[in-house]
Design a protein around this ligand. Structure first.
Ligand code: SF4
Length: 347
């Protein structure tokens, strides 16, 4: 089956060139990933700042073009879509950004952000039907229309504003929502509610979710699968339970150790590892984690580790697992679990 959205061997470089032919900064390197239309999945993409996760979101949304490789929507290059395909893409793939406030015009009531897609995509034949549709959609994300419509953005809480963005995405009945740090600017008490809204959209409306975050805890709460990114490459990928509970890549292990625990006898170690001074020369093949890795070997400075399939539902880009079979770059979906998450998100 043709994937809904696919990144195929995508590399994105920023800067570089000029008369001194400086090398650019690699934001994403030879990255392949796909989201199928069926079955719907929730995949969390996790990484710290500079890992390439936001660049990936922008490439998948067509907001940036790859330096090499392709981003395909239903098998067609995003840059070459016909007007009709582009229209379909803009309905099928929705985005929720980190800061909902930036999307609102403070001079308009919040109704405006919901009415605009209804008009643009002709979702309702009359004003009354449009109002009904908007109210139904607000209810579907747990908002009361009488408490939200008719207000200006500043009259609502951050959590309400973000849930209106979830409702806006839902209005178009997308196949995929790309949520880029959607809860990083709301209170901790509201995070579970917004994540639960997203999960309910997945369960009730069969929408796939790509949840992009720096926060492993919320990734674990919502994801079925997880991709851990480091400096533009996948470090570890697979079933979220497996990766979070038994991390194999040294970088994932570091991320897990860095989650603060409410236990005074278990001191938080933070997540900075000193560099070991072994960074290879720029441009040479190597593991991107080699200068921070406590297990670095000679081979790590000479070759880029491919993904090794260490378990049925997991692959790890690390030479510590070189006895496991290699995974071809385009075969990531082989290790992704497809079973729907059963539990609800704890408040
Ligand atoms: Fe560490 Fe080598 Fe594995 Fe990279 S490939 S994470 S340097 S052991």
């Amino acid at each position: 089956m043709t994937p809904l959205l696919e990144a195929r061997n995508v590399t994105k470089l920023f800067g570089g060139g000029g008369i001194r032919k400086k090398p650019g900064t690699v934001a994403l390197h030879d990255f392949s990933f796909r989201v199928d239309a069926e079955p719907p999945t929730i995949t969390a993409i996790v990484g710290e700042s500079g890992s390439g996760k936001t660049t990936l979101a922008r490439l998948l949304l067509g907001l940036a073009a790859p330096t090499s490789g392709e981003v395909l929507y239903r098998g067609k290059d995003l840059r070459q879509l016909t007007t009709e395909d582009r229209h379909r893409f803009l309905r099928d793939v929705q985005v929720i950004f980190q800061d909902p406030y930036e999307v609102y015009n403070p001079f308009y009531k919040v109704d405006h952000v919901l009415e605009t897609p209804v008009k643009k995509f002709h979702l309702a034949p009359t004003r009354e039907k449009a109002r009904e549709l908007i109210e139904e959609t607000l209810n579907a994300v747990g908002l009361r229309p009488d408490e939200t419509l008719g207000r200006h953005p500043h009259q609502l809480s951050g959590g309400q504003r973000q849930r209106i963005m979830v409702a806006r995405a839902l209005l178009l009945q997308p196949r995929l929502i790309i949520a880029d740090e959607p809860v990083s600017m709301v209170d901790a008490s509201l995070r579970a509610t917004i994540l639960e809204s997203l999960r309910q959209l997945h369960l009730k409306f069969s929408i796939s979710i790509l949840y992009i975050t720096h926060d492993l805890t919320t990734a674990y709460q919502i994801g079925q699968n997880i991709l851990v990114m480091y400096r533009g490459e996948v470090a570890e990928v697979g079933d979220v339970d497996l990766v979070v509970k038994q991390p194999r890549h040294p970088y994932t292990q570091l991320l897990i150790q860095s989650i603060p625990q409410a236990d005074p006898t278990h001191p938080w170690q933070g997540h900075e590892l000193p560099t070991n001074g072994s960074a290879p020369a720029a441009g040479a093949a190597h593991c991107t984690f080699v200068d921070r890795c406590p297990y670095a070997m000679d081979i790590c400075r000479r070759q880029t580790p491919p993904l090794f399939r260490t378990d049925e539902h997991r692959a790890v880009a690390c030479f510590l697992y070189k006895e496991s079979p290699r995974l071809a770059g385009t075969d990531l979906e082989q290790v992704l679990a497809t079973a729907a998450p059963a539990e609800t998100i704890p408040a």
